[in-house]
Design a protein around this ligand. Structure first.
Ligand code: GAR
Length: 194
């Protein structure tokens, strides 16, 4: 990896995107250069606009063609893609174009509670329904299967008595905001020092 231009891909409220943008603002080597989003009504678009980060609107047909948005990513000299609440499966051509250069955060302890349809509140509902005593976050490399690539980091929490999907989501977000930016930075430091 030659440089440090990060593209955040997100579909939702964008609280993780906000923390990543904040973390890298003024960083001497790495910067969030682009926010890519597949939902025009998503909160993350406002987060990017407020921070002055350009937004790329992902179009379904171009995205799932795999290389359809590559020219946009190349034009922004993107080195690393960070999925922060991104709900579309990354197509194989994009994984191949960014080998070991796409990171994802998942709001549970993979391999538990991963896979198609497992995102946001669905994950927290499954954790509680399953009677799990712990949950947590997983930051991992993205490969061609859902929620599957090499794990870089996990942090766990104990479920509280009377935990609800809402309380769990909130506590998971605290963990995510604490760890995601520093893990992304450490990953970039490692890659660019090789
Ligand atoms: C985060 O909790 C993230 O882990 C989750 O979506 C939320 C997005 O929140 N991602 C997934 O569930 C992916 N399978 P945010 O928009 O506030 O960052």
């Amino acid at each position: 990896m030659s440089g440090g231009n990060i593209a955040i891909f997100a579909s939702g409220a964008g609280s993780n995107a906000r923390e990543l943008i904040r973390h890298f603002r003024g960083h001497p080597r790495f910067r969030v250069s682009l926010v890519a989003c597949n939902r025009p009504e998503a909160g993350v678009i406002g987060v990017a606009a407020e921070a002055g980060v350009p937004v790329l609107n992902l179009e379904r047909e171009r995205f799932f063609r795999g290389d359809g948005h590559l020219p946009d990513l190349m034009a922004a000299s993107i080195d690393l893609i960070v999925l922060a609440g991104f709900l579309w499966k990354v197509p194989s051509a994009l994984v191949k174009a960014f080998p070991d250069r796409i990171l994802n955060i998942h709001p549970a302890l993979l391999p538990a509670h991963g896979g198609k349809g497992m995102y946001g509140s669905h994950v927290h509902e499954a954790v509680i329904r399953g009677g799990d005593r712990h949950s947590g976050i997983t930051i991992h490399l993205v490969d061609e299967q859902y929620d599957h690539g090499r794990t870089l980091f996990q942090a766990r929490l104990d479920l509280m008595p009377n935990e609800t999907p809402e309380t769990l989501a909130q506590r998971i977000h605290v963990l995510e905001h604490r760890h995601f930016p520093t893990i992304v930075e450490a990953f970039l430091q490692n890659q660019t020092s090789c």
